[in-house]
Design a protein around this ligand. Structure first.
Ligand SMILES: *Cc1c(COP(=O)(O)O)cnc(C)c1O
Length: 392
């Protein structure tokens, strides 16, 4: 092992580190204010106060009307499962039709498939355009009398494309259909306002915005029925039983407040670094293409396909240089199937197999980008020279 080799983390869409201010806010809730938030004594009251402060921080960050609309969960996947299975159950008398898109996270897609198989639901998977966008017109055309829910992600986790959320929400409300958005990649990165954007249900996850893993939120607008999927105690207004993860909630609250406060400055800085990285790669490496929208896009996301080679080999080559990124979503890594998102935007299997996702974060520096621009081109060139598909 070389000593002091540079390490560059460009996989913030998979997870982020916990910021020191966030950890500092959490620490006393492990050691000092460790009480069970449901207990009726001072220890319990202290823990309860921390939890309620966090709930208010979340309410404010997404402009929800009431703190009780914020339901803490065990993360993004749990929020997505809860919303689909919960709404399917609570609104079964109204209908059984759900509309979503072909490019959702697997927490949405696999829940939908489960509902089709086990609960007699009918699901429409809307196709997307070449940049990964779905239109409000497509959503409107798919709504039927038995439609109970539309679920469209705020920002795609692989290609970073932002969906027209406010307009889709407007269409849903015009037809009296509930609107959910998986905003796990968006919260903390771009402005989210549940009231102005016509959102009834929203999923988020702390570890995607510099908070701890294993804690998330489902925003449930007042009046929306949501049954409990975890039965037991009365936590979270009976919607999710189990002793409250107070340190996690406190961390989520501190992280979302910090992210929203830093957002204008941070988004600008990160987007500038991302654009430098994109331009630098395109200048240095022939035969590659950028995926997703160049305008309606998360500030930190770059997804590029390199022809003739496999992303898994690129990842390995970069990891040897200390650079961490991804071939798509972390959930797809390990499977050899090409990304469902890249196929949905019209890429061939060959193109999709050479995709690299580089996602920047608050810790990313100009030196990190220069280092990647120095190390990436020779890795690509070496792999291409070994590729039977490549004729230089
Ligand atoms: C990461 C992610 C999830 C899953 O969140 P977890 O907290 O890891 O369960 C869901 N949706 C999207 C878009 C994500 O990026």
């Amino acid at each position: 092992m070389e000593a002091n080799k540079r390490r560059v983390y460009l996989d913030h869409a998979a997870t982020t580190y916990v910021k020191p201010q966030v950890l500092e806010a959490m620490t006393p809730y492990f050691t000092e204010y460790f009480g069970n938030a449901s207990s009726n004594h001072t220890y319990g009251h202290e823990a309860h106060a921390g939890m309620e402060k966090a709930r208010e921080q979340v309410r404010k960050a997404i402009n929800a009307q009431l703190p009780q609309e914020i339901c803490f969960t065990g993360g993004g996947s749990e929020s997505d499962n809860m919303v689909l299975k919960g709404i399917a159950e609570a609104y079964a008398k109204k209908g059984n039709h759900i509309i979503t898109t072909a490019i959702e996270h697997h927490a949405i897609l696999h829940s939908c498939e489960w509902l089709e198989k086990n609960r007699g639901c009918e699901v429409t998977y809307l196709p997307v355009d070449a940049e990964g966008r779905v239109t409000p017109e497509q959503v409107e055309a798919a709504i039927k009398p038995n439609t109970i829910l539309v679920s469209v992600m705020f920002a795609n986790n692989e290609i970073g494309t932002l969906e027209p959320i406010r307009e889709i929400g407007e269409v849903c409300h015009k037809h009296g259909v509930l609107f959910h958005t998986d905003a796990v990649q968006a919260v903390g990165a771009v402005p989210v306002d549940v009231q102005a954007m016509n959102i009834d249900l929203l999923s988020m996850s702390a570890h995607k915005f510099y908070g701890p893993k294993g804690v998330g939120v489902l925003y449930i607008k007042k009046g929306v029925r949501m049954p409990s999927l975890i039965h037991g105690g009365a936590q979270e207004r009976g919607r999710r039983a189990g002793t409250d993860n107070v340190p996690g909630m406190v961390g989520l609250g501190a992280a979302i407040e910090l992210a929203v406060k830093n957002m204008p400055e941070s988004a600008k800085r990160i987007a500038a670094l991302r654009d430098k990285l994109m331009k630098g790669i395109l200048e240095r490496v022939p035969e590659c293409r950028v995926n997703g929208s160049l305008t309606d896009r998360l500030p930190n996301n770059l997804n590029i396909c390199f022809r003739y080679i496999e992303s898994e080999s690129i990842l390995l080559g970069l990891d040897l240089e200390g650079i961490a990124c991804s071939s798509g979503s972390a959930c797809n890594s390990g499977s050899l199937d090409p990304s469902h998102v890249l196929l949905a935007i019209g890429l061939t299997h060959e193109q999709a197999n050479g995709a690299l996702r580089l996602t920047l974060g608050d810790g990313t520096t100009e030196e990190d980008i220069d280092y990647v621009l120095e190390k990436l081109p020779p890795v690509i060139e070496r792999l291409r020279r070994m590729s039977p598909l490549y004729v230089a």
